[in-house]
Write a protein that binds this ligand. Sequence first.
Ligand code: ATP
Ligand code: MG
Length: 168
Amino acid sequence: MRGLYIGRFQPFHDGHKAVAEYIAEEADELIVGIGSPQISHEPQHPFTAGERILMITRSLADLKIPCYVLPVTDVNRNAIWVSHVKSMVPKFDVVYSSNPQVIRLFEEAGIEVRSPPMYERGRISGTEVRERMTNGGNWEELVPKEAAEVILSIDGIRRLQQISQSDE
Ligand code: ATP
Ligand code: MG
């Protein structure tokens, strides 16, 4: 059984990794689809697709099933989004998501969706990680070590802090 896990991963954090490990317990292969891959250098979307591919691939290097990390470009037309996703990645049997809109779209297309348990959602989200990065907090405790290394190697914290400023 091949599973699809789709998200923006801005950035990839410990909650995402916990979901990947959960999927690896029941699937034979995992596809990680990176949404909005064309958007970067924005406060809500600081990292490029290539940077996110590195974070995810390295963080999941020890996953016990094969993992394919692929960009899924936006179509900005939800009614055809599922067909678009299917055209971009290897065939999949189950979609893993807790996002209500993603769940609805795949279910309408007759595709099985499973919602893995949230991992410390009160503490770990992309929004919280970016907030800590912007304000000098301890973001590193919320992301896998390999993802933190990629972020530091590209000067990611100063990038996010700089693009979060205004020109006023
Ligand atoms: P943002 O705050 O920017 O929306 P996010 O943490 O929700 O970031 P996404 O890339 O939007 O990350 O989410 C990808 C998938 O990961 C979604 O299905 C989301 O529900 C799930 N997810 C996010 N945080 C956790 C978590 N702590 N535990 C389990 N799943 C999570
Ligand atoms: Mg989200």
